[in-house]
Write a new protein. Sequence first.
Length: 305
Amino acid sequence: MRKFIFIFTAIIITAIVVAINHKSRSANSEEKLENALVISMEETKKENEKINEILMKISQEFNKKGFDQIGFGFSHDDSVFTIQAKDKDFIEKKKIIIENIILYVANETGFRDFEVDYVTLDSYELSNEDVKLNESLNEVLKITSNLLKTNGYDKANYSISIDPSKGIMIEVTKEDLINKKETEKLIANSVYSNTNMNLKVFIKEKSKSKVKDQEWQPIFSAIRDELKKEFKEYRGFAYSFHPDPLQIIIKTDLEKPKGFWKSNKKIKHITMYVDKIIELKREELSIEEIPYKIIIRDKNNHKIN
């Protein structure tokens, strides 16, 4: 009887020691993951700031050359600058100048390994009437933005849409709902006096779902950026607030695990990575915690977790 009690007690003690060691290893692993992510996210932030600086300088150089009609952007995934121009003739004449500007700014900021691509609008010809309307709407947007800023509205917290048949729709957060009627009237009068367009102005509070979506965009960007850097199997990201809870969908090139019993370490690693990114960015941005579900999809888009 005593022997049985001794063996049973020994088993319990062993189990406790194993559990403590497992918790200790898990804590160390989580701490290492957090430290690595903090460093990686800071590097990503600096890289994004560098790209924004490059785009701003390129824009300034284009304006100096009178290329204000050029549209351009940058794809992080492919490291490609895309130049949008009205036709092929313009590109052929100005291509060397355009690429020299990009090369000069990139070298100045220490940016390497990129390509330049071109898109033309040859197939989409606007009538003179459409061109004038677009110019007027751009002016309306500029006037509206300036007046909102002057009257205390935070640019980060509002969105503007303009429909000549309906008016100017402005959505703001509740905190920015300032002097609504007066601001609507001021914008309408200023737009009319500068463009001769008689447009009604509507300022309303953003829906809770839109506010939540806007708040989480930096978190979604961080998930995309960090997974792309860490996992060669990562191939895409999606999300949906409807239905609840928030669904965070990670698309991968992984194979579906064979057998219900078989665990996939890579799936667990990706899930832990996403959880930690969300935790760190939420704390950084002081965003309220909400329920969410991480869904990992395999190369055939089947859920595998």
